[in-house]
Design a protein around this ligand. Structure first.
Ligand SMILES: CC(C)(COP(=O)(O)OP(=O)(O)OC[C@H]1O[C@@H](n2cnc3c(N)ncnc32)[C@H](O)[C@@H]1OP(=O)(O)O)[C@@H](O)C(=O)NCCC(=O)NCCS
Length: 131
């Protein structure tokens, strides 16, 4: 997987049980997934159409550093499916611990907001990388 973004859990990000609020982590992952899809598809015009099951495996606490990774799983005509994983960094040994993962589908849209094909050469390159 490729590193897409890094976040730090702040006091304003936690919920009533002193864990990072799930909706905040999901927003970070959606943004990272969309950013990654845009880079891979060579266009900023990508929207989220689907987020699969989201598993919050481990709590995230204030001061935890979160790294969000992505990888392309599938390429369609106008869509890409991205695996997105958030990991917390353990400062003691620099190890990473997976805290949340999901699969997200992003669609390329045109100026009217309709689905639009990903450029053929970009699509072919992504498909070849999956082989
Ligand atoms: C993205 C959007 C333009 C797609 O419209 P649509 O009428 O479903 O378009 P299509 O039927 O042509 O499908 C387009 C692609 O989306 C994929 N798609 C649509 N619904 C899907 C679903 N439930 N699961 C997975 N993929 C889906 C299709 O498989 C297709 O992929 P392909 O071209 O690679 O084969 C439309 O759903 C939309 O505008 N959604 C809101 C997006 C948004 O605002 N996201 C932010 C969150 S609020």
């Amino acid at each position: 997987m490729e590193l897409v973004s890094t976040k730090i859990c702040k006091t304003s990000d936690i919920g009533v049980n002193e864990n990072l609020f799930g909706g905040t982590l999901l927003a970070w992952m959606d943004e990272a997934g969309g950013n990654y899809a845009a880079i891979k598809c060579c266009t900023p015009n990508m929207v989220t159409v689907k987020i699969n099951e989201v598993l919050f495996k481990k709590p995230v606490k204030v001061k935890n550093h979160i790294r969000i990774y992505g990888t392309v799983l599938k390429v369609g005509k106008s869509s890409v499916t991205i695996s997105v994983e958030a990991r917390k960094v353990m400062f003691s040994d620099a190890a990473e611990d997976s805290v949340c993962s999901t699969e997200m589908v992003f669609v390329k849209i045109d100026k009217n907001g309709n689905a639009s094909p990903i450029k053929e050469e970009v699509r072919n390159k992504l498909i070849n990388q999956l082989k």
